[in-house]
Design a protein. Structure first.
Length: 312
């Protein structure tokens, strides 16, 4: 899901009133106006959902099930403290909590491996699937188990084959070369790519050139970027135009930034002249990693005959 970095909403509503004799309640114009505003809001919401679809990507996580600590191992050592050292270890101190139950236990070789695996799995569960935890040769007679962190970093991010000019990486994947690889960044990148209806994408983790690095290889394919759709809505009121026709022009990646644009025109099909039910909507959406910029313009007007408008 996207938090909104910036958004602009311009909405205008106008009513053109003509007098004709009749006898409904005096408050009916206000009720009609409120009803028409609600209907238009519902139409705009449906339009946004149709033209800026949500993409929810969740990559598989490893199985985290662990056995209990073995008993009666020989030789064994009393472990009173666990520490984590290594490159970027300060960012992962929270992972030691997963092996807090190792403190005060008599652990042999299998028990120590289990404690390491618990810390490792806590890191994997947060999406750091290429970061490793290991134990170097050490003296355990003092009761301190020292674990070493080796973070898995991104070597490079690239398309697997040359892509059409509309393909872009910078604002889709919220990570860059040298960052610690995290599955959530990859999932967000897939969401940003696949939010564009005409685009299909996949991201693979491949071995990097340097030790402890991995590459992100993006498979990106795009179809026809422009779509025109026509619609008929019969939910309008009889007095304001029951049958509303609409035409929507959608353009995928108009500025080659994984962005979306659509324009919608709506009009009462059976009303001629300057009156009737009309709407115009413009929408633009730009992903920015975990953020997004969205702007929307909407203009809506309708004509309604008001009974008894000339009576005192």
């Amino acid at each position: 899901m996207f938090p909104t970095l910036a958004g602009v909403l311009l909405a205008f509503s106008s009513s053109i009133i003509a007098a004709t004799p009749s006898a409904p309640p005096a408050q009916e114009p206000a009720a009609i106006d409120a009803r028409e505003q609600l209907r238009q809001q519902q139409r705009e919401r449906a339009l946004r959902e149709q033209n800026t679809p949500q993409a929810d990507e969740r990559l598989p996580r490893p199985n985290m099930a662990q056995p209990d600590y073995p008993t009666n191992e020989q030789p064994c050592f009393t472990i009173s403290k666990l520490i984590l050292v290594g490159d970027s270890a300060t960012r992962f101190q929270w992972a030691l909590n997963a092996a807090a139950d190792a403190r005060g236990r008599f652990l042999g070789g299998q028990g120590i491996v289990l404690a390491i695996n618990k810390v490792q799995n806590a890191i994997l569960a947060k999406g750091y699937v290429t970061t490793r935890v290991m134990a170097q040769e050490q003296d355990l007679t003092k009761g301190v188990l020292t674990l070493t962190l080796q973070p898995g970093r991104i070597g490079d991010i690239r398309f697997d084959t040359p892509v059409f000019w509309r393909g872009r990486l910078w604002n889709a994947i919220p990570a860059s070369k040298g960052d610690i690889l995290n599955l959530r960044d990859i999932e967000q990148g897939l969401e940003n790519f696949k939010r564009v209806p005409s685009v299909n994408a996949d991201i693979k983790i491949i071995p990097g050139v340097r030790e402890a690095t991995s590459g992100l290889q993006v498979n990106w394919k795009a179809g026809r970027p422009v779509r025109l759709s026509l619609g008929l809505d019969d939910s309008g009121g009889k007095s304001t135009g029951q049958y509303l026709g609409s035409a929507t022009l959608s353009v995928d990646t108009p500025f080659a930034q994984n962005d979306l644009f659509y324009a919608n025109l709506g009009e009462d099909l059976f009303q001629h002249g300057p009156f009737g039910n009309r709407s115009h909507t413009l929408n633009y959406f730009l992903p920015l990693g975990y953020w997004a910029f969205s702007t929307n313009y909407s203009d809506y007007s309708y004509h309604q005959n008001i009974p008894n408008a000339n009576e005192s």
